[in-house]
Design a protein around this ligand. Structure first.
Ligand code: ASP
Ligand code: MG
Length: 405
């Protein structure tokens, strides 16, 4: 007998037929003799719908009330899923986040988990019940309902698996697992059998997001191995776990494409200490996150700074830059253009050389111009024209031997 945590996301519980499908999968796991905790999200679209209703009534809704509102989405699915299991003759009981003792800090809409007591979960499991737990929610010390940030049901699942020392944690979603590239772009993309936490995090931040990042970080911190797999078929998924030596034999595990970025060039900055600090502080205050940064050599007491931001943030970025330098009188200029960022990720880069050369060669041979480059220990990203982005992704995928894995 094993203790298994299964998490089903919004599309997996999207309507009554899908909830029935989830109940049947849970039934199978339960009847195989396991203890099962099922974490569910709100039906897909429900959380967004609740947010837009709130915004229609108040452009800056109170965050406590927001949490009260949004937790209703998961509350619906725990009750429906439990009812579906009862119909199949399976003893099941639902629990909210606070009933399961998921204690968080008091920061509404983005609370962090402090501790998990588990409430009466162990007793319910010992009594032969399946426990259906509401994802995304917890409670603060003072008993207020809190939420864990968008996509937070993933975190609930990983955290409860850690707290209960589950034998297995499965994240059921609408994709088969983690792929070497987006299969919609690269037809030869392959599903990975294993991936390390770190690679998963880098791929997500580079445009291949399968799960909430905080959940993966939490799993890494508490070493919770988990499987990402589809609730719509029986294919085995991808196991996410700590890095092991054999993972280093593979130089590149995946290629990610983020086609929603913009390149910003700020020119005529005062070339003096503090200018960059002023610029990026102003961007940070406007809640704009900056990715790649290149500073060009200053000429005639002026400097240029090039960086990338999400395309949706360009307007806010421009305002922030203008306001930061309006009183300096240097005639600072702001220019933006669309850019695509293609990244290769792999823990094997730590021990292999020539990775950047292979990447640049592949692009050069087909005349794709690189506008920006950034690297980390396990990732190399290039900024290129969006027009060539998909071709570049396919090319790079094959240059690193991923077509034939
Ligand atoms: N329902 C929440 C959201 O949409 C949490 C989740 O789905 O994981 O963000
Ligand atoms: Mg979700």
């Amino acid at each position: 007998m094993a203790l298994i945590v299964q998490k089903y996301g919004g599309t997996s519980v999207g309507d009554v037929d899908r909830i029935k499908n989830v109940a049947e999968r849970v039934q199978e796991t339960y009847e195989a003799g396991n203890e099962v905790v099922v974490v569910v999200s709100a039906r897909s679209g429900v959380t967004n719908d609740l947010i837009s209703r709130a915004k229609a009534l108040n452009s800056t809704p109170d965050e406590r009330e927001m949490d009260r509102l949004l937790t209703a989405g998961e509350q619906e699915t725990i009750a429906l899923t439990t009812m579906a299991l009862h119909s199949l003759g399976i003893p099941a009981v639902s629990r909210t986040g606070s009933e399961a003792g998921i204690l968080t800090d008091p920061n509404h809409t983005r609370a962090r988990i402090k501790e998990i007591s588990g409430g009466d979960l162990k007793e319910q499991l010992a009594a032969g019940k399946v426990v259906i737990l509401a994802g995304f929610q917890g409670h603060s010390e003072s008993g207020e309902v809190t939420t864990l940030g968008r996509g937070g049901s993933d975190l609930s699942a990983i955290a409860i698996a850690a707290a209960l020392k589950a034998d297995l944690c499965q994240i059921f979603t609408d994709v088969d697992g983690v792929y070497t590239a987006d299969p919609r772009v690269v037809s030869k993309a392959k599903k990975l059998q294993y991936i390390s936490y770190e690679e998963m995090l880098e791929l997500a931040s580079s445009g291949s997001k399968v799960m909430q990042n905080r959940a993966v970080e939490f799993a890494q911190k508490y070493n919770v191995n988990f499987e990402v797999r589809s609730s719509f078929n029986r294919n085995p998924g991808t196991i996410v776990k700590e890095e092991v030596k054999s993972m280093e034999d593979v130089v590149v595990s995946g290629v990610a494409l983020d086609n929603k970025q913009a390149k910003v060039v700020v020119s005529n900055l005062p070339d003096q200490p503090g200018a960059a600090a002023t610029l990026f502080q102003s961007l940070a205050n406007a809640d704009v996150s900056v990715d790649m940064i290149v500073q060009n050599i200053g000429r005639e007491g002026k400097a240029n700074m090039t960086f990338t931001v999400a395309r949706d943030d360009v307007v806010r970025a421009e305002k922030a830059v203008q306001s930061a330098f309006s009183d300096v009188g240097t005639g600072t200029e702001f220019e933006s253009s669309e850019i695509a960022i293609v990244s290769i990720v792999g823990v094997g880069m730590r021990t292999h050389s020539g990775v950047a050369a292979t990447l640049f060669d592949a692009l050069a041979n087909t005349g794709i111009n690189i506008q920006l480059v950034s690297t980390s220990e396990i990732k190399i990203s290039v900024g290129i024209h969006p027009e060539s982005a998909e071709d570049a992704t396919r090319l790079i995928h094959s240059a690193f031997g991923l077509d034939t894995v």
